[in-house]
Design a protein around this ligand. Structure first.
Ligand SMILES: *[C@@H]1O[C@H](CO)[C@@H](O)[C@H](O)[C@H]1NC(C)=O
Ligand SMILES: *[C@@H]1O[C@H](CO)[C@@H](O)[C@H](O)[C@H]1NC(C)=O
Ligand SMILES: *[C@@H]1O[C@H](CO)[C@@H](O)[C@H](O)[C@H]1NC(C)=O
Ligand SMILES: *[C@@H]1O[C@H](CO)[C@@H](O)[C@H](O)[C@H]1NC(C)=O
Ligand SMILES: *[C@@H]1O[C@H](CO)[C@@H](O)[C@H](O)[C@H]1NC(C)=O
Ligand SMILES: *[C@@H]1O[C@H](CO)[C@@H](O)[C@H](O)[C@H]1NC(C)=O
Length: 459
């Protein structure tokens, strides 16, 4: 799954990978043929199919793409290996965060035509000719489940969806997750390309959310981030831990989580620091790392943010990119002081034009760090609902994410407010809250236990 691209771009990327050089050929065919005419998507599929035939590939592009464009959602592909004989069973089903609540039968039956790519630890040496799997081969999964056979050393991991080129998530059997994790936690971690490392983090933590994977697998995998210097994996980690942080914020596992993330981010924090120099990606990575370091409370980061905030207050200037981080984390906050102060001044802050309502709510969401603060925000929104919704175009569900454990309260609130129950964003919010409640029931104890063990391990 390539989480930064929209579905359209992600599907074209997948098709490109699946067709290889044929893709470029088909595109130029299409551009030439329709230079002066309007053309539809179907015409593009036709040109790509013709190009594939010319290149000796039997791919009906329309048939393939219809499974992606006409069906809702996308699949999770599960890769299960038989280590005794090299058989690899690959199955697919609709990926849903909450299969129990919101999957109508029709969605459960969706089947996609999935182009599969693989690599293994020894990919470089092997090709399909000698029974191995080459990174350039594309295998099609067209049914709900199919078997493949690869001659892969049982001690080597198998990775699917190389470089995140396909629009789907991938799950593995626990042994393969362990093999991947072991290599990531070794000096060889770059054997797995950065885009795939990012995909592994993203998939693992999202599969925990959907109940397909136990948190220990994802968290064990995340340990390798101490070694990570690339941007994409850190971006995936920022999202993954952002969700975890939100779920754990008002539990007694919150401080363990912070300390754990600090331990992961410290090495790269020291390398990139506050320089914010280098190429574009390094600069973006620097900002991601800084904001994670400060958000999870790395003392050095907070100290520096305060220093820079003071310099700013004294009329100094700072890198515009960093200003947000400095303003957010350079302000001293004691207990619920800052959240309460923002809530108290919401109307004047909005009236002054300094912040939009959406800005303020987003800020509050990153600040909320305890049950008390959550309740403050919840009560504020409840009391000021009409004001906050007026002219407010971001989806209500975004705000409501802060209310994870107030599901019943929220339901009652929705029922008692005119026009609320029929709003689709409110319905989505309710679904999202249900998912979060489910997450807590399923995973909170396991995550807390893992983090406590990690703390004891650090001694
Ligand atoms: C594959 O090649 C690498 C170096 O190119 C080597 O270290 C590794 O042992 C080889 N693996 C196999 C299975 O031959
Ligand atoms: C994955 O991406 C890297 C960097 O963009 C590239 O060098 C590599 O060839 C890609 N591998 C595959 C199998 O596409
Ligand atoms: C599998 O790999 C391990 C080490 O990576 C090696 O010791 C073993 O000989 C390999 N087995 C085969 C059958 O190549
Ligand atoms: C996670 O790592 C710990 C310590 O290395 C190990 O004991 C445990 O079995 C691993 N859990 C999973 C699910 O892989
Ligand atoms: C944390 O809270 C849980 C219940 O929510 C409790 O079982 C556990 O003992 C608490 N742990 C600590 C260290 O306070
Ligand atoms: C909020 O405003 C009230 C009255 O305007 C004031 O008494 C209270 O101290 C303020 N609280 C905070 C945290 O700023």
């Amino acid at each position: 799954m390539h989480s930064r691209l929209g579905p359209g771009a992600a599907l074209m990327r997948m098709l490109h990978t699946a067709l290889g050089t044929t893709f470029t050929k088909g595109i130029s065919k299409y551009l030439q043929k329709y230079k002066y005419a309007n053309a539809a998507q179907e015409d593009l599929w036709q040109c790509l199919t013709e190009a594939a035939q010319e290149d000796g590939r039997n791919v009906q592009v329309k048939e393939v793409m219809d499974t992606w464009t006409l069906q809702m959602g996308f699949p999770v592909v599960t890769v299960s290996r038989d280590y005794s004989n090299g058989r690899v069973t690959v199955s697919q089903r609709h990926f849903l965060y909450d299969p129990e609540v919101n999957a109508p039968e029709s969605l459960r039956n969706n089947v996609w035509q999935v182009p599969l790519t693989f690599m293994s630890r020894d990919s470089g040496n092997l090709s399909r000719d000698n029974g191995g799997v080459s990174i350039h081969d594309v295998f099609w999964l067209r049914k709900r489940e199919e078997d493949f056979h690869f001659d892969i050393n049982g001690s080597s991991w198998l990775l699917a969806n190389t470089n995140q080129s396909g629009y789907y998530r991938v799950n593995y059997d626990v042994t393969n997750w362990r093999l991947l994790t072991e290599d990531l936690n070794s000096d060889n971690f770059q054997n797995i390309p950065a885009q795939s490392r990012s995909g592994l983090i993203d998939d693992a933590f999202n599969l925990v959310r959907s109940g397909d994977l136990t948190p220990a697998v994802a968290l064990n995998l995340s340990r390798y981030l101490k070694r990570e210097r690339d941007y994409l994996p850190w971006l995936a980690a920022e999202r993954a831990f952002g969700y975890l942080h939100m779920m754990m914020a008002d539990t007694n596992g919150s401080s363990d989580l912070k300390v754990y993330v600090q331990s992961l981010v410290t090495p790269i924090y020291h390398e990139l620091g506050w320089e914010n120099s280098g190429d574009h990606t390094t600069m973006l990575n620097g900002l991601t790392v800084l904001s994670m370091a400060c958000r999870y409370g790395l003392p050095r980061c907070l100290r520096k943010a305060r220093e820079m905030k003071n310099a700013l207050d004294d009329g100094g200037s700072v890198e515009p990119n960093m200003k947000t981080i400095i303003l957010q984390y350079g302000t001293d906050r004691t207990g619920s002081g800052l959240v309460a102060a923002i809530l108290n001044r919401t109307r004047s802050l909005v009236d002054s034009g300094l912040f939009t309502k959406a800005d303020l709510l987003n800020k509050l969401m990153t600040l909320v760090d305890s049950k008390e603060e959550k309740m403050l925000v919840f009560n504020f929104l409840k009391d000021n609902w009409d004001y906050m919704m007026e002219g407010f175009d971001i989806k209500a569900r975004k705000i409501i994410l802060t209310w994870t454990d107030s599901f019943r309260q929220f339901e009652e609130f929705v029922a008692s407010h005119h026009n609320m129950a029929s709003r689709s964003d409110v319905t989505k919010a309710l679904e999202r809250i249900r998912q979060n409640v489910l997450w807590r029931e399923r995973h909170e104890n396991a995550v807390r236990g893992w983090l406590a063990q990690e703390r004891r391990g650090r001694g």
